[in-house]
Design a protein around this ligand. Structure first.
Ligand SMILES: C[S@@+](CC[C@H](N)C(=O)[O-])C[C@H]1O[C@@H](n2cnc3c(N)ncnc32)[C@H](O)[C@@H]1O
Length: 198
């Protein structure tokens, strides 16, 4: 029943704002499992961008992340209200993920991992740059951002990864999702020691 209600709510929001909602239905269980695969109770505080109705949030909780350690960023008021009702101990922020870096700095928020359901391909280059630089200013040393896409390649262009000194690896594709999707793990580029080649 809750699933049917979420599908209707999503479709309704998508009709109102297709560019930002970016999908006609919430992500399925298989995609939620893949995008949260590396996140666990010891990841510490975890941020989720574009949490929607909570498809990835539920998977994060079942991986052992404490609800109180979750910060859910969602620009859509209706989805944010639904998230507050469903996850009352999580910190739900009704705002654009572009402002996350500013917020994290003001709050001294350090994330162990960030999971993103944002429709990055629908956002401008400037938005993507702001979102990624904000995310990596908050992520701890080897923390990563997990991003899904319906596209065939990484939704962050190579030049932007290069500019921010990041790398992306594809964690796999999920065919059992509407539409099928791929997940990328984006992390800081590891510097290669010159001594290793001496
Ligand atoms: C493709 S849906 C994914 C929702 C959910 N994570 C899922 O997988 O079912 C994208 C979500 O990102 C939100 N969103 C889009 N642009 C955003 C932005 N700039 N900042 C925060 N949320 C945004 C939308 O409102 C929507 O809830």
């Amino acid at each position: 029943m809750a699933i049917a209600r979420d599908i209707l709510r999503f479709f309704h929001r998508w009709l109102a704002d297709p560019r930002h909602i970016g999908a006609i239905v919430p992500s399925g269980r298989a995609l939620a499992d893949l995008i949260t695969r590396h996140v666990h109770g010891r990841s510490g505080r975890v941020a989720e961008f574009g949490a929607g109705t909570g498809a990835f949030t539920r998977a994060l909780l079942s991986r052992g992340v404490r609800e109180a350690n979750l910060v859910l960023i969602e620009r859509d008021e209706e989805f944010a209200t639904c998230l507050r009702r469903r996850f009352p101990r999580a910190h739900v922020l009704t705002m654009e993920a572009e402002r996350f870096g500013e917020w994290a700095q003001a709050e001294r928020f350090a994330a162990g991992a960030i999971v993103s359901g944002l429709p990055l391909l629908n956002l401008t280059h400037d938005s993507r740059r702001h979102i990624l630089s904000g995310a990596f200013s908050s992520l701890c040393g080897d923390g990563a951002l997990y991003q899904f896409t319906y596209g065939l390649t990484c939704p962050v262009p190579g030049a932007l990864l290069e500019h921010l000194q990041l790398e992306a690896i594809c964690m796999g594709r999920v065919l059992r999702n509407l539409p099928p999707a791929a997940v990328y793990r984006i992390h800081r580029r590891r510097s290669i020691s010159v001594a290793a080649f001496a």
